[in-house]
Design a protein around this ligand. Structure first.
Ligand code: IPM
Ligand code: SF4
Length: 479
């Protein structure tokens, strides 16, 4: 019998065309076959220019899909949406590359347009056991399907397009086991924020992280995507979860799912996609789901976060190696040591991003907003993760819940997640945000970001301060 293997190593072995050093262990250099990629208008242009300059064409164009998501306006009034010349050129060049090289593109006003990591799964293009590499770090999202998904740079995109392969270095493995049950009001976002707080922004650097345990199994596929998406914020290069019946059911209803016959055959293969009993991980961590509170970030790194019931830390109480960062983060965020998090007033609220703008996220937030109003002085926006999510939400009447509460119902895109478009914070503005990065300037120069779950953003929007969603969920809204 061969030695027990991790899920990660099984998938890498299946896709290894050749090994440069035959070591087979972490660090092995190999040529990896890539099943699919998704291209965006922001990181693909130089890759296409490189192909053109070398006179090459994509080796398997049908394995790629292009979407516009980073630089587009989400203004619902098409005419009012502002695009600068650079953004317009990037969008046009993606369309041109699609036409010239036979790659399918979902352009700005295509009903299937949306954030790449929302669009790929909802189409049914993300299938268990695949390797999906793309020019965006949050490609780890696909791990929720038992897929090795990872981000690559522009020169690697060119190599991938030309050859459908990448030179790859095998990662170390880590398993994070989460057992027990999440408390009411606590979500997958809180779970991954707690993981990041615990292990730090580089706690999983160089590792493929498998999430396991009954708390993960209990989550829906969309919630699992939130965890795999944000795992990159603790340095994970790959996040993985063993696919189960929920994953199969999710895929089955999707427009590009395999035909019934192929699907039935694939399901048998998918059953083997799990780490063998006794498989050895380089690192193991375990958490109890019941101990996780609703979380918010207070600083400028995703690991600078705390329970909403907490206080901004006193740098003197922190380990010496974390003090200087904390002092700097507090100055940028305009916070003082020991302030209660729930006393922090906000100017903006944003629900969006590939982390937390799927239908289940919108429903969670709508639950809190129903019958309530955004606090005076707060500007609140929601940008659904894809145009498809947007229309599903409209069919359910969720758009009305948001607009009645005073939220702007935007079109889909990366939007205020990274302010590379016309959605941004003004200097000094403070935003409750369902996104994944709170770096300095991430949502606009001088803008201040507090990361949290979509329901927590809704709670902050109606309270005008960072708020504990549990107190609102328990109370009857004023009608
Ligand atoms: C623009 C892109 C390179 C970047 C990424 O790779 O993640 C962006 O999507 C982000 O979230 O910061
Ligand atoms: S929504 Fe945010 S995190 Fe996701 S791809 Fe866009 S910019 Fe990156």
């Amino acid at each position: 019998m061969s030695a027990p293997k991790t899920l990660y190593d099984k998938i890498v072995d299946e896709h290894r065309i050749l090994s440069f050093d035959e070591s087979g262990g972490a660090g092995e250099r190999l040529l990896l076959y890539i099943d699919r990629t998704v291209l965006n208008e922001y990181t693909s242009p130089q890759a296409f220019s490189g192909l053109r300059a070398a006179g090459r064409t994509p080796w398997r164009p049908s394995a790629s899909l292009g979407v516009v998501d980073h630089v587009n306006s989400t203004n619902p009034d098409r005419e009012a949406g502002q695009l600068d010349d650079g953004a317009r050129r990037q969008i046009e060049y993606l369309g041109e590359n699609g036409r010239d090289f036979g790659i399918e593109i979902f352009d700005l006003f295509d009903p299937r347009q949306g954030i790449e990591h929302v669009v790929m799964p909802e189409l049914g293009l993300v299938l268990p056991g695949m390797v999906i590499a793309a020019g965006d770090s949050h490609s780890t999202t696909y791990g929720a399907f038992g897929v090795v998904g990872f981000g690559i740079g522009t020169s690697d995109i060119e190599h991938l397009l030309a050859t459908q392969t990448l030179v790859y270095r095998r990662l170390k493995t880590m398993r994070i086991t989460v057992d027990g049950t999440l408390a009411p009001g606590v979500t997958a976002k809180d779970l991954i924020m707690e993981v990041i707080r615990r292990i730090g922004a580089d706690g999983a650097a160089g590792h493929a992280v498998e999430f396991a345990g009954d708390a993960i199994a209990a989550l829906g596929v969309e919630a699992r995507m939130t965890i795999c998406n944000m795992a990159v914020e603790c340095g994970a290069r790959v996040a993985l979860m063993a696919p189960d019946d929920k994953v199969a059911a999710y895929i089955e209803g999707c427009p590009r799912a395999p035909s019934a016959e192929l699907f039935a055959r694939a399901r048998i293969e998918w059953d083997a996609l799990r780490s063998d009993p006794g498989a050895r991980f380089d690192k193991e961590i375990s958490l109890s789901a019941g101990d996780i509170p609703p979380m918010v970030s207070w600083g400028t790194s995703p690991d600078q976060s705390l329970a909403i019931t907490g206080r901004v830390p006193d740098p003197d109480d922190l380990p010496p190696e974390r003090r200087a960062d904390a002092v700097r983060a507090m100055a940028y965020m305009g916070l003082a040591p020991n302030m209660a998090l729930q006393e922090i007033a906000i100017d903006r609220a944003f629900i969006g991003s590939c982390t937390n703008a799927r239908l289940s996220d919108l429903r969670d937030a709508a639950e809190i907003l129903r019958g309530r109003k955004v606090a005076p002085g707060v500007r609140a926006m929601i940008s659904p993760g894809s145009s498809h999510v947007r229309s599903l939400a409209e069919a359910e009447g969720i758009d009305r819940v948001f607009t009645d509460a005073g939220f702007e119902w935007r079109r889909s895109g990366c939007s205020l997640c990274l302010a590379m478009n016309d959605d941004s914070l003004a200097p000094g503005e403070r935003c409750a945000s369902s996104t994944n990065r709170n770096f300095e300037g991430r949502q606009g120069i001088g803008g201040r970001t507090h990361l949290m779950s979509p329901a927590m953003v809704a709670a902050a929007a109606v309270t005008g301060r960072l708020a504990d969603v549990r107190t609102l969920a328990a109370a009857e809204p004023a009608r």
